[in-house]
Design a protein around this ligand. Structure first.
Ligand code: URP
Ligand code: ZN
Ligand code: ZN
Ligand code: ZN
Length: 463
């Protein structure tokens, strides 16, 4: 009695490396035993026979409590992390945004205040750099030391974008200080030209959002970003890659020896650009960047995720109320705040449409949703796997529960889901964050503010 605070008995434990039936003993927030364990040694035993037990999913691309023009994303660090937990996500890495002319540390302070006392799961921040100033090298070095070894740059959006010389500089410093750079890669000038042209011609419906950001605007920027990284010999992480054309070039550039990681999101695997034609401005639901692509090519995106060309599946959760999106869409598509909700549904969608359709194995699912994100962003092996001494961030996934996605299921603080009406199978019934139960038989039992800001390790290709 008391050797384990929790014992998960009889589950099918899945990591990126193997799948096997084994028990898991937890003590002081960590996995302390694996094997055939004696229930008499445990304070609490949960029989998880017939269920999958996986390391908690890690979402390295979220935008909680994020100001954007006149709006702020509708999930804060409490509602957003709670919704994440319902979906089996036990760690997020959100983005702290530098203000023009201000320090990067101030951004971290601002975002720490947003998350502290609210988050119900563990979290970290990538830091979005808007401009570089004297002292940026020291600042990036200190932040990498402090546990923030990742910086993000945008190649588009008027208020965020940086020029190629800044990208080169940030790659150089990041490489020196042991950090990795994330890039939002889209060609700003072409997009600006096409947006203005469409609006001037009165082509203002949501579908012109997609027509203003054709896939070649992503391809051009992906190739440029990768070659900038290649020049510096720095690692690069391309966020929300949406088109099969881009992944073709990414694979080619990877063959030159450049370390390129590519992320995609469920929306680019499951939704398509015909949805912009939903009537009554409802196409505004799907306005985000990059936009949805053509249905004919979704199978190529799945092929790329199946064959390992994409290392990470993240959500880019960036919710703005549909009412507001529609209100703006009535003016023109370019006025609509960019972004969609999705923090809750990633695992279920990947299981239903990836695993059950034979495009992913369970181990692939764990690899892209948990292990690879942990490795790339300095969380491994505390997170991203189930080993002795790893954090007891665990999920029990019941593959038999079936249903339809509707607003009754959704815990995100938002008035729509882009996946409405789609079938799903599989749900996390129990979720543990460092050994504490936060989802108990589908009910949230976590506490506001128990999530911890994780000091991440520097980037390295080894672990
Ligand atoms: O449209 C999107 N994706 N909004 C969120 C910000 C970003 O570009 O990732
Ligand atoms: Zn500035
Ligand atoms: Zn982006
Ligand atoms: Zn994003």
């Amino acid at each position: 009695m008391g050797r384990y605070s929790l014992l998960l008995k009889g589950g099918t434990v899945v990591t990126a490396d193997e799948t096997k039936v084994t028990d898991i003993g937890v003590y002081k927030g960590m996995v302390v035993a694996l094997g055939d364990l004696d229930p008499a040694d445990a304070k609490e035993v949960i029989d998880v026979t017939g269920k999958y037990v996986m390391p908690g999913a890690i979402d390295v691309h979220t935008h909680l409590d994020m100001p954007s023009g006149n709006y702020t994303t509708s999930d804060n660090f409490f509602t957003g992390t709670k919704a994440a937990a319902f979906g089996g996500t036990t760690t997020i890495i959100d983005f702290a945004i530098q203000e023009h002319g201000k320090s990067l540390k101030e951004a971290v302070d601002v975002w720490t205040r947003k998350a502290n006392n609210r988050a119900v799961i563990d979290y970290g921040f990538h830091i979005i750099i808007k401009d570089i100033h004297d002292g940026i090298i020291e600042e990036m070095r200190e932040l990498a030391e402090m546990g923030f070894p990742s910086f993000k740059l945008f190649m588009t959006y008027d208020s965020l974008r940086v020029s190629d010389d800044v990208i080169l500089k940030v790659f150089e410093v990041a490489k020196e200080v042991g950090a990795i750079v994330l890039l939002h890669a889209e060609n700003h000038e072409i997009i600006k030209y096409l947006v203005e042209k469409h609006v001037q011609e009165g082509k203002v419906e949501p579908r012109y959002h997609a027509l203003s950001k054709p896939d070649y605007t992503e391809v051009e920027a992906v190739v440029r970003a990768s070659n900038l990284a290649r020049a510096v010999d720095a690692p690069v992480y391309l966020v929300h890659v949406s088109s099969p054309e881009s992944i073709k070039y990414i694979n080619e550039l990877r063959n030159t020896g450049t370390t390129i990681f590519a992320e995609t999101c469920p929306q680019y695997l499951l939704l398509d650009d015909s949805m912009y034609d939903e009537q009554k401005h409802l196409g505004a639901k799907y306005i985000m960047s990059p936009p949805l692509r053509s249905k004919e090519r979704l199978h190529e995106m799945w092929a790329a995720i199946s064959n390992g060309s994409f290392q990470v599946l993240a959500t880019d959760h960036c919710p703005f109320p549909l009412k507001k999106k529609i209100e703006q869409a009535k003016k023109d598509f370019s006025q609509v705040p960019n972004g969609m909700p999705g923090i809750q549904l990633r695992l279920m969608l990947a299981y239903t449409y990836g695993v059950l359709s034979g495009r992913l194995t369970m181990q692939d699912l764990v690899r892209i949703c948990s292990t690879n994100p942990a490795r790339i962003f300095g969380l491994y092996p505390n997170k991203g796997t189930i080993k002795i001494s790893s954090d007891a961030d665990l999920i029990v996934f019941d593959p038999t529960i079936k249903g339809k996605i509707n607003m009754e299921l959704i815990r995100e603080n938002i008035d729509y889901t882009p996946y409405e009406g789609m079938g799903f199978q599989g749900l996390p019934t129990y979720v543990f964050s460092r050994g504490k139960t936060i989802i108990d038989n589908l009910k949230f039992v976590g506490k506001k503010g128990t999530g911890v800001l994780i000091k991440r390790k520097k980037f390295s290709l080894g672990e």
